[in-house]
Every structure is written in structure tokens, then in C-alpha cells.
Ligand binder design. Structure first.
Ligand SMILES: NC(=O)c1ccc[n+]([C@@H]2O[C@H](COP(=O)([O-])OP(=O)(O)OC[C@H]3O[C@@H](n4cnc5c(N)ncnc54)[C@H](OP(=O)(O)O)[C@@H]3O)[C@@H](O)[C@H]2O)c1
Length: 275
């Protein structure tokens, strides 16, 4: 069994990663503390390091606009420490990145891993973009997620976030269904892949459509309004990425990323069981 060391163990994504690596070590280490990172690597001697630590902001990424230094420490300095520490020790490592560094659908084709990120509208997105572009020159596996969701009641799952919004954006996007992401992670790690992968489901959907389906299948009393892109600025401080990514590269690895509509249906069915 692989000896996995998982940073950011108390977070949403890490809570799911733990389910596929139940024996993973979860250090409390601050990844921005280079000495602390070196100490834990030398003590645990992992086969694989997974970095799911990062500042995502509470209640949302607007927090990062007012906490730029903390965001830099966790989203840029921390991964740079891991790069140096893992490189020196020849340890294979994985960084959880974000696809929220693009805007648009690239003429309907979706953006591939080769396309340069083009969304710089929030400090959070810029911090993720900077480290993404630095790490791409090194043998690191980077998995870009977008608006991850699942069928649990975890507050960080996209569907549970959308439930709280009185107005929901009607804009087509690529999304990541967490169960499919976990299978992708497992496959890519087993095969020791490196480089960037867009880990998003096939097809696109709008958050507004997800909530329409939520109302139909989970809670008929749920009330919300439709929000269009030109009014997004009325409800958020920093800009938000809306984009379509190509998942051809991850599919070519034999990973199944189901059509997003199917994934949403499955998640809503699970949520309905909880309600
Ligand atoms: N959820 C999304 O929408 C989404 C989408 C795309 C990509 N991602 C990326 O996926 C990764 C995990 O996100 P998530 O949704 O699981 O976020 P999360 O629930 O906020 O979890 C991140 C965890 O990292 C911890 N952390 C922050 N700075 C750290 C540091 N310097 N050292 C060690 N731990 C630190 C946080 O602790 P504190 O709470 O104490 O800071 C938190 O427990 C992030 O890199 C994020 O950018 C997330």
C-alpha cells in the first residue's frame, strides 16, 4: 500500500481524498513553513505527497481580496516549499489546482492544458494561476478542479453553496463531480503521471439549471432567482471565472468523467435521500 502524506487534511477536498487513501498521514504542518515541511517529509518518508491545502476564503473567495499575504503564503509559498522539499528528496507529489483561471469557452472548444490562463479577475484566481504556471515546468501532477460538488451535506460542495444564494447565475460552466475526480486522482497517481490535467466532467451546465433540478427533485419549496452574467458584479466583490475546459487529456488516460448532467442527477438523488 502507498504511503501517502496529505496536506490540508481538514479541508473539503482532502476529506474526500482520505476516503481513497484511508491510511494517509494528515500532518497539521503549515505548508508555508519550509522547515516544518522538511521535518515531516523526513519523518514520514512518503511515497506520494498530496497538497490539498490552500486558502479558498470564508465565506468565499472575496476573503482573499482582503487577506492577500495569507493567500500568498498558502497558495504560492506553500506549494513552492513542497516543490523544493519533494524535488530534493525525489518524492512524487500532487498539487490540487483550479480551473478558475480561465474565462469563456475558447470558441466552443474549451480550454486545454496548453492554453494560457486568461482570467485574472480575483486575487484568489491570480494566486492559483501563478503557482499553476510555475509548477508546470516541473514534474508535478497538477489537477485542476472547477466548482467541485457531490451528493453529501458538506457545506463546501457547490450544490450546498448554491442553496444559500437568493440569486443563482445562469452561465454554462465546466464542473467537477468529486467521485469522478477521486477515480482520476487514483489512476493518475498509480501511473505516476505528471503535468497539468483538467479534471472536469464532460459537457457543461449552469448553476441556475442545477438549482432548477434541485427544486424539482429535492426541495420543491426552495426559492431563488435567476442571475445573468451582466449582474454578477452586483452580488460579489471580486470577479468570478466562468469557463469551459477541455477534459480530453484526462479522458485519454482511460478515466471516466461522466456527462455533467448525469453527475448532477446522481448527486441530487443522494441529497434527496438525506433530506
Ligand atoms: N472548493 C473549490 O471550489 C475548489 C475549486 C478548485 C480548486 N480548489 C482547490 O482545492 C484545494 C482544496 O480546497 P478545498 O475546497 O478543500 O478548501 P478548504 O475546504 O478551504 O480546505 C483547505 C484546507 O487547507 C488548509 N490550509 C490553508 N492554508 C494552509 C497552510 N498554509 N498549511 C496547511 N494547511 C492550510 C485550510 O485550513 P484553514 O481553514 O485553517 O485555513 C483548510 O483546512 C485548494 O487549493 C483550492 O484552491 C478548490
Amino acid at each position: 500500500m502507498e504511503n501517502v502524506l496529505l496536506f490540508g487534511g481538514r479541508g473539503y477536498i482532502a476529506s474526500h481524498i482520505k476516503t481513497i487513501y484511508p491510511n494517509a498521514m494528515l500532518p497539521e504542518t503549515d505548508i508555508a513553513d519550509a522547515a516544518g515541511v522538511a521535518e515531516v517529509l523526513d519523518r514520514v518518508k512518503p511515497d506520494v505527497v498530496i497538497n490539498a491545502a490552500g486558502k479558498t476564503g470564508r465565506p468565499n473567495v472575496d476573503w482573499c481580496e482582503d487577506h492577500k499575504l495569507e493567500t500568498m503564503r498558502s497558495n504560492v509559498q506553500g506549494p513552492l516549499n513542497l516543490l523544493e522539499a519533494c524535488s530534493k528528496r525525489k518524492i512524487y507529489w500532487v498539487h490540487i489546482g483550479s480551473g478558475c483561471t480561465y474565462e469563456g469557452d475558447n470558441g466552443g472548444k474549451g480550454f486545454t492544458e496548453e492554453d494560457a490562463p486568461n482570467f485574472t479577475g480575483s486575487f484568489y484566481a491570480r494566486s492559483k494561476l501563478w503557482i499553476d504556471q510555475i509548477l508546470k515546468d516541473f514534474p508535478v501532477l497538477q489537477l485542476r478542479l472547477r466548482m467541485p460538488f457531490d451528493g453529501t451535506d458538506q457545506p463546501r460542495s457547490l450544490i450546498n453553496k448554491l442553496k444559500k444564494y437568493p440569486k443563482v447565475l445562469d452561465q454554462q460552466n465546466s464542473l467537477t463531480y468529486v467521485p469522478d475526480f477521486l477515480l482520476a486522482l487514483q489512476t493518475l497517481v498509480t501511473n505516476r503521471r505528471t503535468g497539468i490535467y483538467n479534471v472536469v466532467n464532460s459537457g457543461t451546465i449552469s448553476p441556475y439549471r442545477i438549482m432548477l433540478q434541485y427544486k424539482e427533485f429535492v426541495d420543491p419549496n426552495h426559492v431563488f432567482e435567476r442571475l445573468t452574467l451582466d449582474h454578477l458584479g452586483d452580488v460579489v466583490k471580486a470577479g468570478r471565472s466562468n469557463c469551459v475546459l477541455s477534459n480530453a487529456k484526462v479522458l485519454a488516460e482511460g478515466v471516466s468523467m461522466r456527462p455533467v448532467e448525469e453527475a448532477v442527477t446522481e448527486a441530487l438523488r443522494d441529497l434527496r435521500k438525506l433530506s
